[in-house]
Design a protein around this ligand. Structure first.
Ligand code: Z5A
Length: 208
């Protein structure tokens, strides 16, 4: 089972993945926890280039870097884990590309999706948990420091990303839009409920 967490910076993806992973462990399931771009040695090297604030990377190059990392990620991490029957929890996947490169950079969405399908070989998540937090709220959580090139983009870029995510929640299949502004444990309860509604055998409604 392939579960992806998405949202703007500071939306709480890493926090919620940690809580879901802990609850799965209590149920005797050890998930594969990973992230994009990254998750493999090549992916982490590509991430370093893609996010380096000292490098000039144009929008198309940025898209292709994300997809290069994704191709390795799908083949080296996700497919083998799914073949072994594991639950994969990933911090970001293709919706990030649609929102940041399609929405934020205004690259043509049909081409972005076409190229993405080449990178993924058509592998889609079973469920995408999209944490809905507005840009200011995410930044106010404090981790934001503009140390990566994309984080350092102007406010209007991040507003386009946030709008694009909300559009994608309506247009893409298998996306659960979760209000991300509440207390961590309240957000977690909503995340778990969405997982339990779709896959009650793996995510028992009352936990383990
Ligand atoms: N990117 C792209 O452009 N295209 C692509 O295809 C892909 C990625 C795959 C990777 O960043 C960058 O790559 C990203 C998009 C781009 N750039 N931007 N911008 P990343 O995923 O590594 O970093 P991030 O999205 O900026 O992650 P983050 O800041 O770590 O956010 P998070 O994981 O969603 O949040 P968190 O670490 O769980 O929480 C942040 C803080 O808030 C932390 O102190 C928590 O304790 C706190 N927190 C969390 N939840 C709450 C609640 N509910 N209340 C209060 N405080 C909370």
């Amino acid at each position: 089972m392939f579960i992806v967490f998405e949202g703007v910076e500071g939306s709480g993806k890493s926090t919620q993945i940690r809580l879901v992973a802990e609850s799965l462990r209590a149920c005797g399931i050890e998930p594969v926890v990973t992230r994009e771009p990254g998750g493999t040695a090549a992916g982490e090297a590509i991430r370093a280039v893609a996010l380096d604030p000292d490098l000039h990377v144009d929008a198309v190059a940025e898209l292709l870097l994300m997809l290069a990392a994704r191709s390795v990620f799908v083949r080296e991490v996700v497919r083998p884990a799914l073949a072994a029957g594991r639950v994969v929890l990933s911090d970001r996947y293709e919706l990030s590309t649609f929102a940041y490169q399609g929405g934020g950079r205004s690259l043509p969405m049909d081409k972005v999706k076409e190229l993405n399908a080449v990178a993924t070989g058509g592998l889609r998540p079973d469920l995408c948990i999209l944490l809905d937090v507005d840009v200011e709220h995410g930044r106010a959580r404090g981790r934001w420091s503009a140390t990566d090139r994309i984080e350092g983009e102007e406010r209007s870029f991040h507003e386009r990303v946030a709008r694009s995510y909300r559009d994608l929640a309506r247009s893409e299949p298998d996306v659960a839009l979760i209000e991300g502004r509440g207390e961590i444990q309240d957000v977690f309860a909503a995340v778990w409920e969405a997982l339990a509604t779709s896959f009650p055998e793996t995510f028992p409604p009352r936990g383990c």
